[in-house]
Design a protein around this ligand. Structure first.
Ligand SMILES: [Zn+2]
Ligand SMILES: [Zn+2]
Length: 274
């Protein structure tokens, strides 16, 4: 069984817990270690010392805010790209990585197969990850300016997606950010809008039932209701699949999602506690 919880998600902090019975991975540590510890306890009844590995997508502070403390308290090995390490090394000297990950080079952490893949984002060497275990497949795709055909091929056939739905384009354009920041967010190395997320999902989703967790919502330039509405209406209009095959879930910067567990070959996920 592959389980996961989005412990925190949003422009201000991101962390995701991915686990089987014997392997426990923390992907990013973008909120305080104190909050992470509370949420890990709350969702999975685990502590940092139970972690098998800590993975990092990239060096932006909303992904690494609590990383140093987590590494200090967990003694878990750190996995990240060489570029991310070069950006973080000065602050993490005592915790050198156990593994430098490479795009498209899958490897195993316990019984979870991990596939990092390059994303277009304004960081040194950013990656997103796919996790496979027990016939279940989860993709966590945030912090990218666009979804390439190569990424789409990696995302086909997943049972669950944590997918960036960062901003509403009209809210961003009309909002108070300086134009340079707006241009960065809208650009090829920025973030996916609600519409971008829906359009990419349309290309990726097949016939089976999937759960989609809309993630990395901007506090300034998005609303959870608007993200839901935009994605669901585009999916419904194009394929009439929303509601039947696609279940949308919200994520939050304030609280974790319930630990979701997928039974092998089950057509539908159920939320449960370990
Ligand atoms: Zn981010
Ligand atoms: Zn970022």
């Amino acid at each position: 069984m592959l389980s996961f919880s989005v412990l925190a998600s949003g422009s201000s902090g991101n962390a995701i817990f991915v686990a089987t019975e014997s392997t426990r991975i923390l992907l990013d540590a973008g909120i305080s270690a104190k909050q992470l510890a509370l949420r890990l306890k709350q969702t999975a009844n685990l502590g940092f010392s139970d972690l098998s590995a800590v993975l990092v997508t990239h060096e932006h502070v909303d992904h690494v805010r609590g990383l140093r403390q987590v590494l200090k308290q967990s003694h878990a090995p750190l996995h990240l790209t060489e570029g991310s390490w070069s950006a973080l090394a000065s602050t993490l000297e005592e915790y050198p990585p156990e593994r430098l990950v490479h795009s498209d080079a899958s490897y195993d952490i316990g019984d979870i197969r991990v596939t990092p893949f390059t994303v277009s984002h304004d960081a040194e060497e950013p990656v997103a990850y796919r996790f496979d275990a027990d016939g279940m497949r989860l993709a966590v795709v945030t912090d990218l300016g666009y979804v390439s055909d190569h990424i789409k091929s990696l995302l086909e056939g997943c049972d669950a997606y944590v997918f960036e739905s960062n901003h509403d384009v009209d809210m961003l354009r009309a909002g108070r950010y300086p134009w340079s920041v707006k241009r960065r967010i809208l650009g090829d190395k920025g973030h996916l809008s609600n519409t971008d997320a829906a359009v990419a999902l349309l290309d990726v989703l097949g016939d089976k039932a999937v759960d989609v967790y809309l993630a990395h919502l901007s506090e300034e330039n998005n609303q959870p209701d608007l993200a839901d509405l935009t994605v669901s209406s585009i999916l419904t209009e194009a394929k009439a699949i929303y509601g039947e095959q696609v279940t949308l879930h919200r994520t939050s910067r304030y609280e974790p999602t319930p630990l979701a567990t997928c039974l092998p070959h089950a057509s539908k996920r159920r939320d449960s506690a370990i």
